[in-house]
Design a protein around this ligand. Structure first.
Ligand code: ADP
Ligand code: MG
Length: 781
């Protein structure tokens, strides 16, 4: 009964908090006041406009009241009109105001979120707050900062941006501005890098305050679990070219086998013999060669399961992972070391460095540091519950400036992938003849290429976007609306770029010509793993009241169906061309997508249960670190704990030098201890599933281990510091940590691990490898 009541309550709450379209009535008066004020503001000179914003800044410290909101919108609107020659639409102002209330606003593609976001950012800045506008990539961060600069300038708000190339000095300046644009990963990496500073002067970040997140669903949901990692150099094992060469000769079915869903591969008896012989006649499974066995398994995984151009591409002599959810190249992302090295060996590339993880933070953990989080996206409603559950964020739906008239056709379903693609090509050929621009959305790079080849064979010239660089893609996608253009692109290639009918440089004539043809036709070659991703693709058509059309071609042979509705069958015989129009097929396809969405949510939830504790512990350690860095805490503590030593040293060493030495010693141990703790936690996580077999709940077991280990950590750090302080040589030049055998990492680098150990197939496969080794060692294998 109680459970039932909770469920009803949950349902009720769910209904209550369902994201709703903002109450425009609430805003009617405000919008009228803004227009009234706007008339006067229009008469101000530029300098007077800036001055008025300065006056608002003085009044707004601590918060914008209703009057302040009106003033901000009026000034912001005028600044945009002058700076960009665009007068913000009412709905953009409403969006900005909702952002200022800490909401995630849903505004369709092409509604002008960049400008709405900038007005909100300026609004926060005028309240004296530091704003980070987070983008999904470097290109967009810089583009938006430069694009919006004239608006900020007129409002007297300073703005900067960071990208991968920024120097520490440039970063410090950029983060010192009122508003800073940056890719989520770049901002996160700076947080990690700041973690290694031993001198306050070297920090680039200020205290995190306001995060305004563009493409908020991508960042907060799709990428939330992605750990940002900072590693330091150690000489570690590399991929083994010899093993790779051996594995390359193996034949599937004969020498190795794969399971049905292509997630695991193993050697057959025959395969094992071949490998053992080639490696000089050793017994792989004896337990004496677990390193070799691990290398062989990693190589086999790389060879048999990871497919070039589907899972990764090779460019500039490096392996780049493709983010499977969007077919985009995953910048700086890599697999766990063993596998990364194995793929590099498979492709005969020079090995990249591997090292020790010094610190890591998940995107969710990064966002969690901010006092205030808000964001914007075209597709928030579908994830409103997750935004509430994980971030306590509410969604506001802003109606479009002009109603959307795009026609979303029902799916066209076929029995096989073959039949589907034949029909898809035929449809494109037919539509293309009219001159109507077509955007084909595919699931991965290989599919893009296959479809493009078929189109070429059918006489249609295509432009293919294949996870190249963001700026180039943006330029290409911007032209996808040109007359007779056929663009084939993976999910989010060129995202954030506006597709104008008639082409990027087209005039009104070009626009109208294409509009008369029905506007941009978006054709998906299959459903993505969530309806949200489908909608993002559809949203590329029909912007600002333009005509447009979208349709998904699906088949019962699609991967999504195979994976999430493997029992799917057609409810009726297909037509001659393979077309299925029965309800059963349709339901199976919808079902598969819902299952996929559920699986992803479970994974997110599960991962978060693990990472939340780690992020919490990280927070505690960092708060202590910050104290040590910014105050003389280390000196005070060491002076108290080693009074004799301090006194002795103080005879020859000036107090300030001693203070710095104390700080460096303590920070060294703190950083090292923390990275050891992280290594411990990842070990526990790796073995947790084995322990789960022993009937313990993994998460409880993990918590128990993590909390137990963490308990004494601060005390331990202080003890280690005391030890070093007693023994290390400290002179008027300070402490020589290296001489004391305490080396800070000489080089560090940062990367994203595309997925968390718990759900990435790659990691799971590696875990299986490790488990296999353990079993071998334990004599079970
Ligand atoms: P979104 O991020 O919501 O998809 P963008 O911010 O990229 O949209 O803007 C889409 C296009 O609309 C851009 O070309 C931009 O210049 C234009 N735009 C935005 N606001 C206005 C406005 N108030 N008046 C005219 N054009 C606008
Ligand atoms: Mg945008």
């Amino acid at each position: 009964m109680a459970a039932f009541l909770t469920r009803v309550k949950g349902l009720f709450q769910h209904l209550m908090e369902r994201p709703s379209t903002v109450d425009l009535k609430k805003y009617t008066e405000v919008l009228t006041s803004i227009e009234w004020r706007e008339e006067r503001v229009a008469k101000l000179t530029d300098a007077e406009l800036t001055e008025a914003a300065g006056e608002l800044r003085e009044k707004a410290l601590g918060g914008l009241d209703a009057h302040g909101m009106v003033e901000l919108c009026a000034l912001g609107r005028e600044a945009a009109r002058r700076g960009l020659d665009q007068r913000p639409y009412d709905m953009q102002l409403v969006g900005a105001m909702e952002l200022l209330h800490g909401r995630v606003v849903e505004m369709g593609t092409g509604e002008g979120k960049t400008l709405a976001g900038a007005l909100a950012a300026a609004g926060y800045a005028l309240q004296g707050r530091a704003v980070h506008v987070m983008s999904v990539n470097d290109y967009l961060a810089r583009r938006d900062a430069e694009w919006m600069a004239p608006v900020y300038e007129l409002l007297g708000v300073s703005v900067g941006w960071v990208d991968q190339e920024s120097t520490p000095g440039e970063r410090r300046i950029a983060y010192g501005k009122d508003v800073t644009y940056g890719a989520v990963s770049e901002i996160g990496f700076d947080v990690l890098r700041d973690r290694l500073c031993t001198d306050v002067e070297d920090l680039v970040h200020r205290e995190p305050d306001v995060a305004l997140i563009d493409e908020a669903d991508s960042v907060l949901v799709d990428e939330a679990r992605v750990p940002l990692v900072m590693a330091g150099s150690t000489d570690d094992s590399q991929g083994d070219p010899e093993v790779a060469a051996i594995v390359r000769t193996l034949r599937p079915g004969r020498d190795y086998e794969r399971d049905e869903d292509n997630r695991n591969a193993w050697l057959t008896g025959r395969g094992a013999k071949i490998v053992e012989k080639a490696l000089g006649g050793l017994d792989l499974y004896s337990g004496d060669h677990s390193d070799r066995l691990a290398a062989v398994n990693a190589a086999l995984h790389a060879h048999a399961l990871l497919q070039r151009d589907v899972d990764y591409i090779v460019r500039d002599g490096k392996v780049h992972l493709i983010n499977t959810s969007r077919g985009r190249i995953a910048l700086l992302q890599r697999w766990p070391d063993g596998l990364q090295a194995a793929v590099e060996a498979k492709e005969r590339l020079d090995p990249t460095e591997s090292g020790e993880v010094l610190d890591s933070i998940s995107v969710q953990g990064l966002v969690g540091r901010y006092q205030r989080v808000c964001g914007m996206t075209g597709t928030a409603t579908a994830v409103s519950e997750q935004l509430r559950e994980f971030y306590d964020l509410k969604v506001s739906v802003i109606p479009p400036n002009k109603p959307c008239v795009r026609v979303d056709e029902p799916d066209r379903i076929y029995d096989t992938v073959e039949a589907k693609e034949t029909a898809l090509v035929a449809e494109i050929v037919e539509q293309h003849e009219t001159g109507r621009p077509i955007l084909v959305g595919t699931l991965d790079v290989a599919e893009s290429e296959r479809i493009s080849e078929k189109l070429t064979a059918a006489g249609v010239t295509t432009v293919v976007l294949n996870a190249k660089n963001d700026a180039e893609e943006a330029a290409i996608v911007a032209d996808a609306g040109a007359h007779a253009a056929v663009t084939v692109s993976t999910q989010m290639a060129g995202r954030g770029t506006d597709i104008k009918l008639g082409g990027a440089d087209g005039d009104e004539n070009d626009h109208d010509k294409v509009a008369d043809l029905g506007g941009l036709f978006v054709i998906a070659s299959g459903h993505y793993s969530s309806s949200r991703l489908d909608n993002q693709l559809r949203g590329r058509s029909g912007r600002q009241g333009d005509p447009g059309r979208s349709v998904v071609f699906a088949s019962l042979g699609d991967d999504l169906i195979a994976q999430y509705a493997p029992d799917a069958t057609a409810g009726a015989d297909p037509a001659e061309d393979g077309r299925l129009e029965d309800q059963t097929s349709k339901r199976f396809i919808e079902h598969a997508q819902r299952v996929a969405e559920g699986v992803h949510l479970d994974i997110h939830r599960n991962t978060w249960r693990y990472t939340r504790l780690i992020e919490h512990q990280r927070g505690l350690v960092l708060a202590y670190r910050d104290d040590v860095l910014r105050t003389d805490l280390a000196a005070e503590q060491l002076k108290e704990q080693c009074p004799d030593r301090w006194e002795k040293l103080a005879k020859d060493v000036p107090e300030d030098v001693l203070t710095v030495a104390a700080r460096q010693i303590l920070l060294f141990h703190l950083d090292q201890r923390w990275s050891r703790h992280l290594a411990f936690l990842s070990d526990v996580r790796e073995t947790i599933h084995l322990r789960a077999l022993a009937r313990e709940t993994p998460i409880d077991e993990f918590h128990r281990a993590a909390i137990g280990e963490f308990k004494g950590i601060l005390k331990e750090i202080r003890e280690l510091a005391v030890e070093t302080f007693e023994e290390a040589e400290i002179t008027a030049d300070g402490v020589d940590l290296t001489a004391a055998g305490l080396r800070r990492p000489t080089s560090t680098w940062t990367y994203l691990v595309h997925d968390n150990p718990f759900d990435s197939d790659a990691e799971q496969a590696l875990q299986r490898v490790r488990a296999a080794i353990r079993n071998v060692k334990a004599g079970k294998g």
